[in-house]
Design a protein. Structure first.
Length: 280
């Protein structure tokens, strides 16, 4: 009896403190600090969960463990923007630990150790729907729509893996977020005409100088930019030139290397952005 009471109280405390508890009608988008890589976890107002990329290693598991209740072992969709190691390196471990209903890739079967591990785990995910995403596809959960803006088959067939990155626009009421993967300027120029104005831009390629051009920022007019990069990384991300562009155009910038994990919340009106470092 005492053990049952203790477990009940522990469950209540977890429910009170957990960042995974979502109020009715609230969207949460976690831009996770996974070092030099990308991982974004989206919790829909209706409870569905999507992981976009998994960072370079198993660090994503600790992040998910902090956000998700310990009894939750399901993820509705995993999206790999492209098969570079800093985006898919952690996804094999995610697929091994969680039951994933849907796995979406850009169709690029790149031959690297990290990509191979991810593809093997994907193909072994019993019951999962395996898809190749293309421009014009969309995912809908309650009032949230994820519209795929890129890539085209021609982009995937090209030699530049970054130029074939999956790009999504998320819309929930008055809240909009643009996820650019590692897309360079040439992709930005292709999608600028139909990407539309957004509240938040997940900057392409970790704030590289070859992404987030002046023209693109002016086209999509974000209020906030998110840059996912590792502290002291050897690539020099984010590049000073990119940071200057955001500064010049009045875009408030959050960085995982400085701010840690970053959380967007929205009840369908304007989004609220804040640094929200997780314990692990």
């Amino acid at each position: 009896m005492l053990m049952s009471v203790a477990l009940f109280v522990a469950s209540l405390l977890f429910a009170f403190e957990s960042r995974a508890i979502v109020a009715d009608g609230e969207l949460r988008v976690w831009f996770l600090d996974v070092g030099q890589g990308d991982a974004t976890f989206v919790v829909m107002p209706t409870g569905e969960q999507i992981l976009i990329d998994g960072g370079p290693n198993r660090a994503v598991l600790a992040k998910l463990g902090e956000i998700m209740p310990p009894w939750d072992r399901t993820i509705d969709a995993v999206i790999a923007t492209h098969p570079d190691a800093d985006h898919v390196g952690g996804l094999a471990s995610v697929l091994e630990r969680y039951e994933v209903a849907r796995v979406i890739t850009n169709g690029d079967e790149k031959e690297t150790d990290a990509a191979r591990s991810f593809f093997e785990a994907r193909d072994a995910e019993y019951g999962a729907v395996i898809e190749i995403g293309r421009r014009g596809d969309s995912l809908r959960f309650g009032g949230v729509t994820l519209s795929q803006l890129w890539p085209t088959p021609a982009a995937v067939a090209g030699d530049d893996a970054n130029a074939a990155s999956v790009a999504y626009r998320l819309d929930y009421g008055e809240t909009s977020v643009l996820f650019m993967g590692d897309a360079p300027e040439e992709v930005e120029s292709n999608i600028a005409s139909f990407a539309g104005d957004v509240d938040v831009l997940k900057a392409g390629h970790h704030g590289s100088a070859t992404s987030s051009s002046y023209a693109f920022i002016q086209d999509v007019r974000p209020e906030f930019a998110i840059i996912s990069s590792g502290e002291g990384n050897r690539y020099g991300h984010p590049h000073p030139a990119t940071l200057q562009r955001f500064l010049d155009l009045g875009v408030a910038t959050f960085r995982t290397d400085l701010d840690g994990d970053i959380l967007l919340t929205s009840d369908g009106k304007e989004p609220v952005m804040r640094a929200a470092p997780l314990p692990f």
